[in-house]
Ligand binder design. Structure first.
Ligand code: BES
Ligand code: ZN
Length: 666
């Protein structure tokens, strides 16, 4: 179904490295950071922080990326009654927010986030209300103010019903014509709300600090998938269209709201799982996933505690999906590059599944503490995969790859850059601009360092405690610290007192640059480095057998080592490398991209068209952004031409980021 040369391959971890257009420095705020219990209002929190005792430079509000007054009102339930209109490429209908007053009649208005949404009318408790969409400011959008003239008693719930339609500036949706799908049978659409794009679907409290249950009532002429449990008996025929219902009874933050619709077929892949994708891709997707889904779930449940969401399904999207995977509850959304015909690339699924605990149950309260989602998820992903694939050497091999990606990201930003911190100030910052490998790998290294400090047996008891304590809540780094200290203050851990006292939390949270480097078990990586060493000699003759028994990830580690040579390979060497190891015609996007970076560094002009072709086949930002930056350095004209040619193919978020990277943003 998906077309555009479905790519195979792509093994995990390295995310796109930072954007050179990101601000290189920003004024530091002097707000102090002290722990605030999660039930505190953000205004109290604000004061707590401001007068606290430590010296972090975080924004003095709990979430600087929302304009909503969620300290005064909190969304408890959301009903989305939306029609998917493929003709006008928009969602239209109503969204009902049930908001609980947090104060005793002190707040006379509800402020919601919005971004390029057309609001037609708003009712408050079923009566027309006074409301206004205020002017847009970047990066947080246009707040919608709704008057609540009488206010509401603390604990009272008011209903806000908003009639709306998304616009063509919506950043959360991509619409594909039938011609852009592989079986050409139907149009297709999907959403991507993380980090702050839910507000471009409908006005809401678009902060990970607020969690709501959901009812989805979605009308479409084609099959619908959403981040809730399908309510099958209630699917209703409405002439050409059908009403699809889903429920999400576990409270979730707005960024996990997700929808997709098109010619979608489904097949079972495990006891609690199915895979959904285009009919043409169904068999291969089923084959890729069916052996591992149950194993992943069982391994994760052993490490944390039983899966709480009911089903765990995967929707394999068209190649323009801008991420490797997105942990939308019930349905992980995934790039088709993981369907590689060799089961080598499904660690992305272990990662997204792990988010069912880290991120989806226990959530960072703002994008400043994003490492709590991604660092913990990298840790759980590596634990899950090590438990299935044979232990520590595998865990360390993956960690070595992550360390390399972290080194590269920090080198590119500069080691003093704000975005190299574990906790990143987001005041005035769009989370998409701050996104990089850093929270993933620096976060992973922090969690792993705590594991090594207290010992695996003790840490394994902390894991379910932490995820149990914070289930259905959101927290910041200081609340994490408090939870860790609280757990290990129990008498049975008294012998760990000195070790725990030695943790320099402030430095871990707020230092720029690399964290302390651990000792890795390099047994699986050594062969890769040895081969790279041979390539330093100019008279080395490569042979396919050098790598024929290796995993894709081992070849990647080798290619990364070559990329790091002080001197680039000569054009002849680079071409020999591509030919001998089958990299030029590889179906694995990850390997192909790594090879092209080497070729571009060698100024092998014969490879540039291959780069341009790859940029027309995949829309995953992890590949697209670095490849465009590389091509832009060696052949700007081709880079711009390639971007213009594929502009409509890319997801709006990817399009926007590449425009910034190439310096062609409006
Ligand atoms: N939640 C992320 C994707 C994301 C992050 C989307 C921030 C928007 C904003 C997802 O879990 C993720 O990390 N995906 C990775 C997978 C990899 C680390 C295995 C990706 O897309 O490459
Ligand atoms: Zn993730």
């Amino acid at each position: 179904m998906w077309g555009r040369g479905l790519l195979r391959g792509a093994k995990f971890a390295q995310l796109s490295s930072p954007s050179p257009s990101s601000p290189s420095s920003r004024p530091l705020l002097s707000a102090a950071a002290s722990a605030a219990p999660s039930n505190l209002l953000s205004s109290q929190y604000q004061r707590g922080r401001w007068f606290g005792s430590s010296t972090a430079n975080m924004a003095p509000v709990r979430d600087p990326n929302t304009l909503s007054n969620y300290d005064a009102w909190r969304t408890r339930h959301t009903t989305a009654n939306l029609k998917i209109d493929f003709t006008d490429k928009c969602l239209r209908g109503s969204v009902i927010l049930e908001l609980e007053s947090q104060t005793d009649k002190a707040s006379k208005e509800i402020i919601l986030d919005s971004s390029y949404v057309a609001v037609n009318s708003i009712k408050l408790n079923s009566a027309p209300s006074t409301w206004e969409t205020k002017a847009r400011t970047e990066p947080n959008g246009s707040p919608v103010h709704i008057a609540v003239p009488e206010g509401a008693a603390k604990g009272e719930v008011v209903k806000v019903e908003i009639q709306l339609a998304t616009t063509d500036k919506c950043t959360a949706l991509q619409w594909l014509t039938p011609a852009q799908t592989s079986n050409k049978a139907a149009p297709f659409m999907f959403s991507q709300c993380q980090a702050i794009h839910a507000r471009s679907l409908f006005p809401c409290q678009d902060t990970p600090d607020v969690k709501s249950t959901y009812d989805f009532n979605i009308t479409s002429p084609y099959v619908v998938v959403a981040s809730g449990v399908p309510v099958p008996d209630e699917t209703k025929e409405l002439g050409e269209e059908k009403l699809y219902k889903f429920q999400q009874k576990v409270p979730i933050p707005s960024y996990l709201f997700a929808l997709s619709s098109g010619d979608i077929a489904s097949a079972p892949v495990g006891k609690r799982s199915c895979v959904c994708t285009g009919p043409n891709e169904l068999k291969e997707s089923q084959w890729e996933l069916e052996g591992d889904m149950d194993k992943f779930l069982e391994a994760a449940e052993k490490i944390v505690f039983p899966y709480r969401w009911g089903e765990y399904n995967v929707l394999v999207l068209p190649p323009s999906f801008p991420y490797g995977g997105m942990e939308n509850p019930i349905f992980t959304f995934a790039t088709p590059t993981i369907i590689s015909g060799d089961k080598q690339n499904i660690d992305v699924i272990a990662h997204e599944l792990a988010h069912s605990w880290s991120g989806n149950l226990v959530t960072s309260c703002s994008w400043e503490h994003f490492w709590l989602n991604e660092g913990w998820t990298m840790y759980l992903e590596r634990r899950i995969l090590a438990s299935i694939h044979g232990g520590d050497a595998h865990f360390d091999f993956s960690a070595i790859r992550g360390w390399k990606a972290l080194e590269e990201a920090i080198k590119e930003y500069g080691e003093d850059h704000e975005f190299t911190k574990l906790c990143i100030s987001h005041k005035g910052i769009d989370p998409d601009d701050a996104f990089s490998t850093v929270p993933y790998e620096k976060g992973f290294h922090f969690v792993w360092s705590l594991d090594r400090l207290v010992g695996r047996e003790n840490f394994d008891k902390f894991i379910p405690y932490y995820f149990g304590k914070w289930s259905n809540k959101s927290l910041d780094s200081y609340e994490f610290k408090d939870t860790f200290l609280e757990f290990f203050s129990a008498p049975e851990y008294s012998d760990l007192k000195d070790k725990i006292g030695s943790i320099d939390w402030e430095s871990r949270f707020h230092s720029t640059g690399l964290p302390p480097k651990p000792e890795f078990d390099t047994s699986l990586a050594d062969v890769c480095y040895e081969l790279a060493e041979k390539w330093k000699g100019k008279d080395f003759t490569p042979s396919p057998s050098d790598v024929s028994s290796w995993t894709g990830n081992q070849i990647l580690v080798f290619l990364n080592a070559v990329q790091d040579f002080e001197q680039p390979l000569t054009v002849e060497q680079s071409q020999a490398l591509g030919k001998a190891y089958g990299l030029i015609e590889s179906k694995n996007a990850e390997l192909k991209a790594a090879y092209f970076h080497i070729a571009m560094r060698s100024k092998d002009t014969s490879a540039y068209q291959g780069v341009a072709d790859l940029l027309g086949d995949v829309g995953r930002m992890k590949f697209v952004r670095p490849l465009f930056r590389g091509l832009n350095k060696v052949d700007r004209e081709l880079a711009i031409k390639t971007f213009e040619k594929n502009r409509e193919f890319y997801h709006p978020i990817c399009r926007q980021m590449v425009e910034k990277d190439l310096g062609v943003a409006a």
